[in-house]
Design a protein around this ligand. Structure first.
Ligand SMILES: O=P(O)(O)OC[C@H]1O[C@H](OP(=O)(O)OP(=O)(O)O)[C@H](O)[C@@H]1O
Ligand SMILES: NC(=O)CC[C@H](N)C(=O)O
Ligand SMILES: [Mg+2]
Length: 503
């Protein structure tokens, strides 16, 4: 899951973009980038690494201008090369920069049609570069020297008509302003904020509301599925629905894991949804596993903490932070490569023996994906002296690949694929394993906003909301992006970089 942010201000936006990206860091730890427009020039700094490592004072000084966009990357297409860090840039028409969160499901066809119809070259293997060129091609088709809001919206309409998959986008067009849009299913989140200054209104568009609050803007609303928002360089805002049949299917995994608890996505407090997940899972344990002799409930930091606390309340069993998290190690699930993920679990978490010794513990996590965390954590609990180790997951069994911007390309790498709960339990060596039911997970989120009718839940039930995914597609995705295939391609860190503001 990547994070995107875009700001149109009436003062330099570099620091606010940087701050916004630090508040979205949990969505992508691989690479970061900022582009600003200063007069007629685009300024760029992007590289692999965390926000704090990518931008030094000298880079920040060069990122001048009152309008800009930023990105933190968690790759779900192409390679991890710094050349695929975002934002991307294309010079025609006008000079356009783009940052994208999501994943296109017809990228190959789009790349082919870009070549056949527009002779456009794509220099990386990133789907985001393709999306940028589709937008650029459609803006060019308007054949105007200067684009109005109507021209922008007409171009986005044509983008929606061709592009499949998930995309929450912020783009900038030199001499014009900032254009943000969200795919017609609203799979990935995108929200709008505003700030009044003596010089007039300033706007921000960001993946999560936390980046709006944290930069001193006020949340206005979420961008609608299929909608485009255009903010001119002088701060005028236009918006329009650009999709023929928009439906709202937000990704439910945002609430389970990706988003920060202090964010609101599509009118749902992520924190409140996680409390609901804990309550429903606690009630299931009470109902169906009343005979489990649990002494203590221990969360697997960090995402599961709020969930476990609520389970403890429902069950009336003490909650203890039995694992200490090393605050200098990031999220393990979004690290590229299984070797790195495996090693990081023990570096990240360490047990406090007193909380485990001679006790029956219930470990709680938000989700079990590859089983990397659960397997090692159960081993650590036993090493720390636990008698019995039960495990509860606030998300149901993850059995299907994700094609919309979560890096789960291969069913074979999912511990839940083709396995029943007792088989998974045996693999992670738990004394008992309890999963949330999908209907309860959906209700946990929906209870916070009943206008949301259907979520993107493919990893749990194999139903892909864009309707264009078949087994052949999944097989090709698996072959291209499973851990072994990727290990090979990520070795090839060829630098096909075209433009960067230096090191
Ligand atoms: O089954 P797995 O493949 O191990 O993936 C699932 C785990 O990964 C995530 O934690 P992560 O360390 O990424 O982040 P967190 O600190 O926010 O919990 C998630 O919260 C689970 O703990
Ligand atoms: N997780 C994401 O949103 C990734 C965006 C884009 N597909 C990339 O790989 O760079
Ligand atoms: Mg975790």
């Amino acid at each position: 899951m990547c994070g995107v942010v875009g700001i149109v201000g009436n003062q330099p936006v570099n620091q606010a973009l940087y701050d916004g990206l630090t508040m979205l860091q949990h969505r992508g730890q691989d690479a970061a980038g900022i582009m600003t427009i200063d007069g007629q020039t685009l300024r760029l700094r992007k590289s692999n690494g965390l926000v704090r490592d990518v931008f030094h004072t000298r880079h920040m000084r060069r990122l001048s201008g009152n309008i800009g966009i930023g990105h933190v990357r968690y790759p779900t297409a192409g390679s991890s090369s710094s050349a695929e860090a975002q934002p991307f840039y294309v010079n025609s028409p006008f000079g356009i920069a783009m940052a994208h969160n999501g994943n296109l499901t017809n990228a190959d066809e789009l790349q082919q049609s870009l070549f056949n119809q527009a002779r456009r070259h794509i220099n990386t293997s990133s789907d985001s570069e393709i999306l940028l060129n589709i937008l650029a091609h459609e803006l060019l088709q308007t054949n105007q020297l200067s684009l109005s809001a109507e021209h922008m919206f007409a171009a986005v309409e044509r983008v929606h008509a061709q592009v499949r998959g998930a995309y929450a986008v912020v783009a900038m067009i030199i001499g014009h302003g900032l254009l943000a849009f969200r795919d017609p299913h609203g799979i990935r989140p995108l929200a709008l904020g505003k700030r009044e200054t003596p010089q007039g209104s300033e706007y921000i568009v960001a993946s999560e509301s936390v980046a709006i609050d944290g930069t001193g803007f006020s949340y206005v609303r979420d961008v609608e599925p299929g909608e485009a928002i255009y903010i001119t360089e002088d701060g005028q805002l236009f918006s329009q629905q650009c999709a023929a049949n928009p439906v709202h299917n937000p990704c439910i995994f945002e609430y389970v894991y990706f988003a920060r608890p202090d964010s609101f996505l599509d009118g749902v407090s992520v924190y409140a949804s996680r409390i609901n997940m804990g309550r429903k899972l606690g009630e299931k344990i009470q109902r169906e596993y009343a005979d489990l002799d649990i002494d203590v409930i221990i969360p697997i930091p960090e995402t599961a903490c709020d969930i476990a606390l609520e389970i403890s309340r429902v069950l009336g069993i003490p909650y203890r932070q039995g694992f200490v998290k090393n605050r200098y190690i990031g999220r393990t699930f979004i690290m590229p490569g299984q070797t790195q993920r495996r090693k990081s679990v023990r570096r990240k978490l360490n047990a406090i023996s007193a909380e485990f010794k001679d006790k029956n513990v219930l470990l709680v996590d938000d989700s079990i994906v590859r089983g990397t965390t659960s397997e090692q954590i159960i081993e650590m609990a036993r090493e720390a002296g636990a008698k019995k180790v039960y495990f509860a997951s606030a998300a149901p069994e993850i059995r299907f690949p994700n094609v919309y911007g979560i890096d789960m390309p291969s069913a074979n790498e999912l511990i839940g694929y083709g396995r029943e709960v007792d088989e998974i339990s045996a693999l992670i060596k738990a004394d008992g394993l309890i999963y949330q039911d999908l209907s309860d997970l959906i209700a946990a989120v929906r209870d916070e906003n009943t206008s949301l009718v259907k979520f993107e839940t493919s990893v749990f039930n194999g139903e892909y909301v864009t309707g264009d995914i078949n087994q052949d597609y999944l097989d090709r995705l698996d072959a291209a992006r499973n851990d072994n295939a990727r290990h090979g391609s990520d070795q090839d860190e060829t630098n096909h970089e075209l433009h960067n503001e230096g090191d």
